[in-house]
Design a protein around this ligand. Structure first.
Ligand code: GLY
Length: 366
């Protein structure tokens, strides 16, 4: 049986490991620390490409749309394979605007969403408040996307770990920093020894740039910090987006407000500036929050790329090595589709979505 070695135990790496194992490969995951210990576990778990992507639809949008379509079956399968449940709420979203001047862009967004078969409805401020009574009276209009959903990211990570283990994936955590064995395209050196794989998948999130020298190719992935805070309630029926951030209620009673986008290297601390901004924005959207203070604040590092698209596919000069990184704001959402694409690449099967725009070689050194 051919073997796949996945470097990185976030949701992208674990999903790839699970999918490859399902297709009959021997799979090992190596993780420098704890699986899900970085952006994956810190995420608010939004599955909301229609609200997150404001520009025209492109290959990235289609990738997100495909992954959202895969989610219901994927969640069912991961729950079955892990014997775990985790929150998967198909509650829909409201993208709220507060000024008439923003209506045109909301209307044009709805137009192209319709062209792509996405269900969405433009609501007046009053109609939006009927759907979500806690919204401030200042709301002018909203776009309602019933298909958008969210999951509880820490629960998803735990289920993925269990699903991998139950299906026979070997997970080595606390393996320290991984490096390619000199001149080798099939061996990775870790604190736990040298691990071999006929195919090696690098799913190392914001740290993926570390492979540039060894692979002799450009991997322009860099960390963008997302600061988040959580309140105890109030309960929301939908995910609420504005141009400034999002609010999402979890079934455990917490209301998550996110998220900053700041450049702070690999620093995952929160700042009073970042959290204060979130607090005042949240109070504007939900006036009930004026009496509340967040009980929990944290940050994660999103892996951003130079052109905003992830890197998914083989390294041109070393086709036994694949990269799956740079998913930026959509790592949780894109985990199923990335797993399928990488497994198809390894098996040399046709892809169901165009992936040319995501090929790592687009950034070759010149
Ligand atoms: N997808 C939400 C975020 O990155 O903050």
């Amino acid at each position: 049986m051919a073997s796949v070695l996945v470097v990185g135990g976030g949701v992208i790496g674990l999903s790839i490991a699970y999918e490859c194992r399902k297709r009959g490969f021997e799979v090992t995951v190596i993780e420098s620390g704890q699986c899900g210990g970085q952006a994956s576990g810190a995420a608010a778990g939004m599955l909301a490409p229609y609200s997150e992507i404001t520009e025209d639809p492109d290959d990235f949008f289609r990738l997100c749309q495909k992954s959202l379509e895969l989610y219901p079956d994927w969640v069912k399968e991961i729950m079955q394979s892990s014997n775990e449940t985790f929150e998967y709420s198909r509650c829909g979203s409201l993208y709220a605007i507060y000024h008439e001047a923003d209506l045109l862009s909301l209307e044009s967004k709805q137009r192209w969403q319709r062209e792509y078969g996405i269900e969405s409805y433009l609501l007046s401020g009053d109609e939006a408040r009927e759907r979500e009574p806690l919204l401030s009276e200042d709301i002018y209009a909203a776009l309602w996307c019933p298909e958008e959903s969210h999951i509880y990211a820490p629960g998803y990570v735990l289920a993925l770990i269990k699903a991998c283990r139950n299906s026979g994936v070997n997970i080595l955590d606390n393996a320290g920093e991984a490096e390619l064995v000199n001149g080798e395209n099939h061996q990775i050196k870790t604190d736990k020894g040298i691990i071999k794989g006929e195919h090696i998948v690098l799913a190392t999130g914001a740290w993926s740039r570390n492979w540039e020298k060894e692979l002799n190719c450009s991997i322009p992935v860099f960390p963008i910090r997302g600061q988040i805070c959580a309140y105890k309630g109030p309960e929301l029926r939908h995910i609420v987006f504005t141009s400034q951030g999002y609010l999402v209620g979890k079934e455990n009673g917490t209301l998550i407000a996110g998220a900053s986008e700041d450049i702070a290297g690999f620093d995952t601390s929160v700042t009073s500036h970042g959290i204060n901004r979130l607090e005042s924005w949240s109070q504007h959207v939900l006036p009930e929050l004026q009496q509340e203070r967040p009980f929990h604040k944290w940050a994660g590092l999103r892996p951003a790329t130079q052109d905003g698209f992830p890197l998914i596919g083989k390294v041109a000069q070393k086709p036994t090595i694949l990269i799956a990184a740079g998913h930026y704001r959509n790592g949780i959402l894109l985990s199923p589709v990335t797993a399928v694409i990488i497994a198809n690449e390894i098996e040399q099967l046709p892809q169901e979505v165009p992936i040319e725009s995501f090929r790592p070689e687009r950034f070759q050194f010149v």
